[in-house]
Design a protein around this ligand. Structure first.
Ligand code: F6R
Length: 604
């Protein structure tokens, strides 16, 4: 939430920062701003609204300089407005900052400073950082940052510029991501890799309480005692093109279409990369008496699919799936005999990080499934398996979700084999079917025209229920979340058998039921549900392996290929994603940046 970028070098900072903000807009998009240190000191341009509003403002009030910081905001404290946008500058115009995170004790600090004559301009928690830094400013920027941050409670990633130091950009962080990019053309700070990928793939991951001091010709790191640190840079393997739309109207559609490759890459890296295998070989699964999968949002939905798969393939006695936001506060009954699996695309979701720390504090072994190398969850978990989804820019996750499912399947097969619950033959057959999933997904993506047609047909439906049984229920959860988050259509997911226990009272003319049916043994049951809702006026889109659906005129149908129902969520989800995408497209919505949402939820 909130995106930060900073640049110091020989080039004009503004185009670099604006371009970086475009790549970070998925982290927040209610306002944005830039501060540049130029020949007239520090100048700020900031604007409520999308980045295009800032660009218009910059055209009227150009900024010049080769040192600057930029920010795209997702409001937490203070409404989206010009004045609440970042960068914030102290009342003496000596220090400008951009901030991602939340300062929990900002009211106390604000009172403290106001009593000493400091006048605040905004309602944000972030302004307190600029004012406090200015209040403590001693002429030594690093010491000022150390003193200022020692008073902050909460989380922050910060980019800081001082009026007295026209060639220096300072960065620090606590519980929020920040990277430092190095290149011959200059140095960068950013919340995330895509913002700077076009300039460099050499980055340093800043750790909590470390301070980076960037100049055009050098980058230095210090700890909170101002002692110099030696850090080794890492090389990002992501292709810079992956952070561009590549001719698609939206990142979401591009990312949906990339899934066959992502699935192949993820399967390949899971099976063949020594690192991943070592992780599993070192994990003595037989020593655990409980597995808890915990995550948020779509990653949680992947966990629900995982629970069904683990139960079926490992016959493990106790497998729980918990929302990370609940798990962190429930005083979970876990110990060193529990394996806690954390799933996160960003690796920076605040609730999932808290769940991870809670699990570790209770002695559990933690295994994370993460897309972003170098992220907090990847680093802090005892072991980590990476999804090979590449950068995901659309706020609504698609390809990262699919990659998470792939890793969960692989894990379940490995665990099942290790526990002696599946034979070597079955293991081979299951892996063979995993290899087929990308081509099944290709078959679905090839049906884009008919899925688009269904979306146009059902766009007027105001209420939607996604129903399924067993593993189909698990993927119904994701279909429902996708539809509501990008198209703003009210939608719920229910296990088919639950309809009669309440939700059916809401079914009326023009209610849309998306019925998912891949479990052959439960086909008859789901079709009874379909009969019940059709007789109450509902319209039905049936998705799955449904032998006689084509003959039924009352139903629209998307056929799902594949021979193992357990893996069908990976194929079904591609149809569900395309359906949601086209419903939103029919409504003319801003699909990559749905209202009120941000990717990478780094606050509670
Ligand atoms: C939905 C979506 C969110 C994320 C959730 C967790 O499309 O993207 O629900 O899945 O915020 O994010 P990560 O996976 O980064 O922890």
């Amino acid at each position: 939430m909130c995106g930060i970028i900073g640049y110091v070098g020989k080039q004009d900072a503004v185009p670099i920062i604006v371009d970086g903000l475009k790549k970070l807009e998925y982290r927040g998009y209610d306002s944005s701003g830039i501060a540049v240190h130029g020949k007239d000191g520090i100048s700020v341009v900031k604007q409520k609204g999308r980045l295009s509003a800032l660009e218009e403002q910059l055209a009227k009030t150009p900024l010049e300089g080769s040192l600057g910081i930029g920010h795209t905001r997702w409001a937490t404290h203070g409404e989206p407005s010009d004045i609440n946008s970042h960068p914030h500058i102290g009342s003496q115009s000596k220090i400008a900052i951009v901030h991602n995170g939340i300062i929990e004790n900002y009211k106390q600090l604000k009172n403290y400073l106001e009593k000493r004559g400091v006048v605040f301009a905004s309602q944000t928690d972030s302004e307190v950082i600029a004012q406090l830094a200015e209040y403590y400013y001693s002429g030594d920027a690093i010491e000022t940052v150390i003193k200022m941050t020692s008073r902050l409670e909460g989380s922050y990633a910060l980019g800081i510029m001082c009026l007295d130091d026209p060639g220096t950009l300072i960065a620090t962080r606590k519980d929020n991501p920040l990277i430092v990019g190095v290149s011959d053309g200059g140095h960068f700070i950013a919340s995330d890799v895509p913002a700077i990928l076009k300039h460099t793939n050499t980055v340093h991951y800043l750790e909590d309480n470390e301070i980076a001091v960037l100049k055009a010709g050098s980058v230095e790191f210090f700890n909170a005692d101002k002692e110099p640190l030696q850090k080794t840079p890492e090389t990002i393997t992501w292709n810079p093109d992956s952070a561009e739309k590549g001719g698609y109207p939206h990142f979401m559609l591009k990312e949906i279409m990339e899934q066959p490759k992502v699935l192949r890459d993820t399967l390949h890296s899971a099976i063949h990369s020594g690192g991943n295998k070592d992780v599993i070989n070192d994990l003595d699964i037989a020593r655990f008496n409980k597995i808890v999968i915990t995550a948020c949002g779509s990653a949680y939905n992947a966990g629900v699919v995982g629970k069904y798969v683990f139960e079926r393939l490992c016959r493990f006695p106790a497998i729980e799936v918990e929302l990370a936001s609940e798990f962190r506060y429930k005083d979970a009954v876990i110990d060193e005999k529990t394996l806690v699996i954390l799933i996160s695309q960003s690796g920076e979701t605040a609730d999932t990080i808290a769940a991870l720390r809670e699990a570790k504090a209770k002695g559990a072994v933690t295994l994370s499934i993460v897309n972003v190398v170098g992220s907090t969850i990847a680093k802090e978990a005892d072991c980590c398996l990476f999804t090979a989804a590449g950068p995901e820019i659309a706020v609504a996750t698609t390809k990262a979700f699919s990659a998470q499912l792939m890793i969960l399947y692989v894990l379940a097969i490995w665990f099942g084999a290790k526990l002696g619950k599946i034979s070597a033959e079955a293991e081979q057959m299951l892996f063979w079917e995993l290899e087929n999933i990308p081509s099944y997904v290709e078959e679905i993506l090839a049906q884009v025209d008919s899925i688009q047609k269904y979306a146009a047909e059902y766009v007027s439906c105001k209420n939607t229920f996604f129903i399924g049984r067993n593993i189909d229920y698990a993927i119904a959860l994701e279909g429902s979340l996708k539809l509501k988050e990008i198209s703003y259509v009210h939608s719920e997911a229910y296990a088919g058998g639950e309809l009669k226990h309440g939700p059916i009272s809401l079914v009326e003319e023009n209610t849309l039921i998306v019925a998912i049916s891949n479990c052959k043994s439960l086909y008859g049951k789901i079709m009874s549900n379909v009969e019940q809702v059709v007789s109450r006026g509902a319209r039905v889109l049936l998705i799955g392996n449904c032998p006689d659906a084509a003959e039924d005129e009352k139903l629209s149908h998307i056929s799902i290929p594949g021979s193992i129902d357990l893996f069908s969520p990976s194929v079904t989800v591609a149809a569900l994603q395309l359906f949601s995408y086209y419903v939103a497209a029919n409504k003319g919505l801003d699909i990559d940046k749905p209202r009120n949402l941000a990717k990478s939820v780094t606050v509670e």
